[in-house]
Design a protein around this ligand. Structure first.
Ligand SMILES: [Zn+2]
Ligand SMILES: [Zn+2]
Length: 374
C-alpha cells in the first residue's frame, strides 16, 4: 500500500509499505478522506519538532471503510461499513480512563500501534487501528465531511466542559475551523453565540452559521461587547444583557483570554480550547474571578463519549461541515495539500498592549484542506 511519510521539514514522500496484518482487536480501515490539522502542519514546517521525530506519518482526521476485522474485535464491526477513526489509543484502566477523561490516558502512547514509521498515518491507503477507535457513520455522510468528526469531537468535549445549555449565550474567540465548529454545535443546541474575529473576510461564514453578531476586537475594546449588544435593537433576549454564559478561546493569546473574561456574566465559564504559545502567560485579577464566580477550564482532545457524539451529529446532519472544507486534494498530491494548509501558518494576530488586539491578519487562511482517496 502507499503511505505518505514526512521525512523531514518540508519533505513528504509517498512510500510503498506492506498492508499491516491483523491480530487481536485490531481493525484495518481503508482510508477515504483525511484532513490536514495543526499537528500535521507543525511536522511539515518542522515547528517545535526535533529531528529524531522524523520519519513520521501524519493524518489523524480519518474517514474510511472497514476493510478487515481482527479475531477479537467488537462483533458489530464488519467489512464494508463506513466509519471514522479516533486515532487516539487509551488503556481503559488508568485513573483518567476510569473517570471519563480517557483523552488524558497515562498509557496512551504504550497502547499505540507499533508501526514504522510512527504516527497516526491517515495519509495512507490503509490504517491499522484498535476496534474502540472506530466509530460507525451513516452511509449518506460524504467521507470528506466525516473527516471533520475528530475536530468536532474535541469541540463536543469543550462545549460540555462549559456547562452551557439551550438559550444561554456564548462568545467565541476566533472564526477559524475550531471557532466555526463551536459555533455550529452551539447553534444546533439553541445557544445564542457571537463571534470575535479580526478578519472581516471570515464574518460572512460565521453569520451563515448562526452567529448573532460578529465583532472585530480592533473596533470593540474588551469589556465593550456587552454594551454593544445592549445597544443593538432588542439585545439578545429583550432583557438587559449582562454578559455571556460561556466563552470559548479557539484563537489568540492572553489578550483574547482577557477579552473573553471581560465579556462573561457572573458565574460564566471560560474554556481554553486551543493550545498556546509557551510564552503566553497572563496576569489574572484573582478578585475578579472570586467575586464574579468565574470558572476557567481547559479542554484537550476528545474522549470516547464526545467522539460518538460527533459521529452522530455529522451522520444525522445536525451539524453540517461542508462549508469548512476549502480544498480537497487527491492523495498522490498530499504534499500540495500540506502546502496549501500551511500557507498562512506564520500569520498570527499580533498581541497589543493592555489586552487590545492592534492589527489584523494580512492573509485569509484556508479552512480545512482534506486529502481524498479513491
Ligand atoms: Zn485534528
Ligand atoms: Zn488510560
Amino acid at each position: 500500500m502507499k503511505s505518505a511519510v514526512f521525512e523531514g521539514p518540508g519533505k513528504v514522500e509517498i512510500r510503498e509499505l506492506p498492508v499491516p496484518g491483523l491480530e487481536g482487536n485490531q481493525v484495518l480501515v481503508k482510508v477515504k478522506a483525511c484532513g490536514v490539522c495543526t499537528w500535521e502542519k507543525r511536522f511539515f514546517a518542522g515547528d517545535g519538532v526535533s529531528p529524531d521525530q522524523y520519519p513520521v506519518r501524519g493524518g489523524h482526521e480519518i474517514a474510511g471503510v472497514v476493510a478487515a476485522v481482527g479475531p477479537d474485535a467488537a462483533p458489530d464491526l464488519k467489512p464494508g461499513q463506513p466509519a471514522v477513526v479516533a486515532s487516539l489509543t487509551r488503556c481503559g484502566q488508568c485513573y483518567y480512563c476510569r473517570r471519563g477523561m480517557d483523552n488524558l490516558c497515562v498509557r496512551s502512547a504504550e497502547s499505540a500501534q507499533k508501526q514504522e514509521p510512527w504516527g497516526p498515518a491517515g495519509f495512507s491507503e490503509y490504517v491499522l487501528v484498535r476496534d474502540y477507535e472506530v466509530y460507525r457513520i451513516s452511509e449518506n455522510l460524504p467521507f470528506v465531511e466525516a473527516s471533520l468528526a475528530e475536530p468536532l469531537a474535541c469541540v463536543c468535549r469543550s462545549v460540555r466542559a462549559s456547562g452551557i445549555q439551550a438559550s444561554d449565550t456564548a462568545i467565541i474567540m476566533g472564526a477559524g475551523v475550531m471557532g466555526l465548529l463551536h459555533l455550529k454545535l452551539l447553534s444546533a443546541m439553541g445557544v445564542n453565540s457571537i463571534v470575535v474575529e479580526p478578519d472581516h473576510a471570515r464574518h460572512s461564514i460565521a453569520y451563515a452559521n448562526g452567529a448573532l453578531k460578529c465583532i472585530d476586537p480592533v473596533e470593540v475594546p474588551p469589556g465593550d461587547v456587552v454594551s454593544v449588544l445592549n445597544e443593538s435593537p432588542g439585545g439578545i433576549s429583550g432583557e438587559p444583557f449582562l454578559g455571556f454564559t460561556a466563552a470559548f478561546l479557539t484563537a489568540g493569546g492572553p489578550s483574547a483570554a482577557h477579552y473573553a473574561l471581560a465579556s462573561l456574566a457572573k458565574g460564566g465559564a471560560l474554556v481554553l480550547y486551543g493550545a498556546f504559545h509557551p510564552e503566553h502567560v497572563m496576569n489574572l485579577d484573582l478578585n475578579d474571578i472570586h467575586y464574579r464566580e468565574i470558572a476557567i477550564v481547559g479542554s484537550y482532545r476528545h474522549d470516547r463519549q464526545s467522539f460518538r457524539k460527533a459521529a452522530d451529529l455529522l451522520s444525522a446532519g445536525t451539524v453540517k461541515v461542508r462549508d469548512l472544507v476549502s480544498v480537497t486534494v487527491p492523495f498522490p498530491e498530499v504534499k500540495r495539500a500540506l502546502e496549501i494548509a500551511s500557507e498562512g501558518l506564520t500569520d498570527q494576530t499580533p498581541e497589543g498592549e493592555n489586552g487590545s488586539v492592534n492589527a489584523r491578519p494580512a492573509i485569509t487562511r484556508p479552512y480545512r484542506v482534506v486529502v481524498t482517496f479513491e
